[in-house]
Design a binder for this molecule. Structure first.
Ligand SMILES: [Zn+2]
Length: 277
């Protein structure tokens, strides 16, 4: 009986270890093109240690966000246009802290909070265009199942599906064929995925050398994470009232650990939502 259990454990565990883990640890990746797709400026913030490390190790990291973040405020004097500009500057400053150049940032400019109601075919077509153009080896995105479904935030729900839908569409040359026939792009299949917000995390990345980068980059989003959400004054932390700047940085230090967690998946995009990798 014990032998049978051992064999069963072997049969079920080994495939998940083989296919559910990167062949080479993420910390040793180099020469890869990495694309992160999210909904808002700052959606990438929880993965900043991994992004800084990958960029530093000779990978080419790109960040694509679908909305401009133009609604995320309670400041009654704020406008959509002004907030979109503020959040672009915050995002670019954060990326600079990670060593990622401005040229590696794409924003599709959809309205914050309304991504679920955008024309899905158009969004996927635009995502497919960038996937075929950049040819990423790895897609980092919201988990397209389980955990995020309980996390009731409409744009995140939409972004989770849209990113994987686009990855799937990008490899079929008869989908959006005008990009191939007229724009000179090629169909492209992404074979490695790292999802965040999953209940099925299977990969831990050691970011201990990049904790400072992550604290700095997270601190850039002051229109979101401080009282400037209610009363936007400036892009300078020093302009926060009282000792809030100090407390904010202390909170970031306390909540920025030496690890980041993902659900890694290797294979065709059709299976990316499957728990069994
Ligand atoms: Zn978000």
């Amino acid at each position: 009986m014990k032998n049978v259990l051992t064999i069963l454990a072997f049969l079920f565990l080994v495939p998940s270890l083989v296919f559910g883990q990167p062949e080479i640890p993420v910390e040793e990746w180099t020469g890869k093109t990495i694309l992160l797709i999210g909904a808002h400026p700052d959606d990438d913030a929880g993965r900043h240690g991994t992004l800084a490390m990958l960029q530093d190790n000779g990978n080419d990291v790109h960040i694509l966000l679908m909305t401009s973040g133009n609604v995320g405020t309670f400041d009654p004097n704020m406008t959509r246009t002004r907030l979109a500009k503020i959040r672009r500057q915050e995002q670019l400053a954060a990326m600079a802290d990670l060593g990622i150049p401005e040229s590696n940032y794409i924003n599709l400019g959809y309205t914050d909070g309304m991504l679920e109601f955008a024309d899905k075919e158009e969004v996927v077509r635009r995502l497919v265009y960038h996937i075929r153009d950049l040819k990423p080896d790895v897609l980092i995105a919201f988990e397209p199942g389980w955990g995020y479904q309980k996390w009731h935030k409409t744009d995140h729900r939409a972004a989770a599906y849209l990113a994987v839908d686009a990855a799937r569409a990008a490899e079929w040359f008869l989908l959006f064929p005008e990009q191939i026939e007229q724009d000179g792009l090629e169909a492209h299949g992404i074979r490695e995925y790292m999802f965040w917000g999953s209940e099925g995390n299977n990969t831990t990345v050691d970011i201990s050398d990049y904790v400072e980068n992550k604290i700095n980059s997270r601190s850039r989003h002051i229109s979101q994470f401080t009282s400037m959400r209610d009363n936007y004054i400036s892009s300078n932390l020093e302009d926060l009232p009282g000792d809030e700047a100090e407390q904010f940085l202390e909170r970031l230090r306390r909540t920025t650990g030496p690890e980041e967690h993902f659900r890694y998946y290797r294979g065709a995009p059709d299976g990316a939502g499957s728990r069994r990798d």
